[in-house]
Every structure is written in structure tokens, then in C-alpha cells.
Ligand binder design. Sequence first.
Ligand code: BEZ
Length: 249
Amino acid sequence: MLQNTWNTTLYEGKHAFVWQYGEDLLNLLSPQPGEKILDVGCGTGQLAAKIADMGAIVTGIDASAAMVEKAKLNYPNLEFTVADARSFQFDTEFDAVFSNATLHWIPEAVDVINSIHRLLKPRGRFVAEFGGKGNVKLITDALYQASEIKSPLSWYFPSIGEYTTLLEKQGFDVSYAVLFDRPTLLPDGEAGLRNWLTMFATRFFANSTQQEREEVIQAVEQQLKPILFKNGTWTADYRRLRIIAVRES
Ligand code: BEZ
């Protein structure tokens, strides 16, 4: 897996929507007091803290050491660990695995699903939301059009059919799957799309000079302004895939 280098200040300052939208997903998770819940891709810990507030015993994992360090600072009473979602191991089993806005970073979906399946108790639930088929398509198309450097974006946006098939092959019973448009307002006015690209398209720009990156960002802004910039605010064309799957016993 290619690593994204996360800027935790930019993440918490300008991208709070990542976990604010995720709060809705907690209703689907419905954590019960005393349940052991694993949060895969916990970021700086906000949703893990909400799960703990509901009485569950939560462990957060993230591939980014910077995110985990910040999560520990934010919530010193909770447990956070650096781990790779494709291969993590624990010496305990969980009642539920939760993941918000993470799985689109990991194209090796089969490995992730295997890891989750291994750690769940029989009848344990997997509740996740991430980018689905067609997610940020306008932005992606504009990026490729604007850039001569065709670096891969390495994002994973599966369809319902593709992802639920992988889950069923691994021994999950999928009880809920929905793919929906969720236009997402980007904070910070004119700078919203630029901030988003700086935060999330780091792999795309990995081999670009500062000047090349600046030119591409300006071209993307110019192309998308008539479509995605309204009343002083940028909107990203998010499409989310939401899943509830239960480990068959
Ligand atoms: C998303 O949350 O949909 C997303 C995040 C980073 C890159 C692409 C999409």
C-alpha cells in the first residue's frame, strides 16, 4: 500500500467533515455498552471517542503514525495503535469492526476483508462507509486532464456488486448496501478545493515540482469552477458506499 503522508493540522482544521459525516454511520453501528469495537482508520480519534461515549470498549487503528500520535493526545484514555488494515492482528476478538472514510485508500480489499473477518466474533458485524463507484469523478477527470504526469491516484471506489461479492466470498452475510451521492461542502471558501487536493491527492503529486502542482491545481479550479463552486463554496462530488455485513458463524 502506498502511504499517504498526513498533515494532522490540515486534517483537523479543514477536513472535520470527514468525521462529522461519519457520525451518521454510528447509528448503523449502534454500539452497545461493553461491546469490543475496532475502528479501522481512526484518524485523530473523534469517532472512536463517540463510540466510547456510548459505552463500548474501543480500539482505534490507523496506518499513519502521525494520526495515531494525535489521537492519543486528543483522547489519552482510549487505545490507539499504528497498524496496517491489510494484515493487522490482535489477541482478542471484536463484536464489531467500524470504518469510516478509510477503505478507499486501500486497493487490496481482499486482504482488508480477510483481516476484518479473522478478528470478528461469529455474528460480529462490519459497518463501513467509504468512496464508492463514481466517487469524486469530476475532480479525478479534471486532474488527469490538467496534468501531463499521469501518476496513479490509487483510490479504490468499488460498486455495490463488486464489494458485496468480495464480502460474501469471505463468509460475510451482507444485510445492507447502498451507494449514494453525497455532495460535500469544502470549508474555506475559494481555497476549499485547493486544500482538498493538497490533503488528499498527495500521491498524485508525489513526483511533481511545486510549480507543476500549482499549475495543475489552478487548471483544475478553472475547469471545475462553473460546476462545483457556488455561492463562495466548493462542493466535492462524493459518492459513498455504505455496508453492514455480519460474519457468518
Ligand atoms: C473520500 O472521502 O471520498 C475521498 C477521500 C480521499 C480521496 C478521495 C476520496
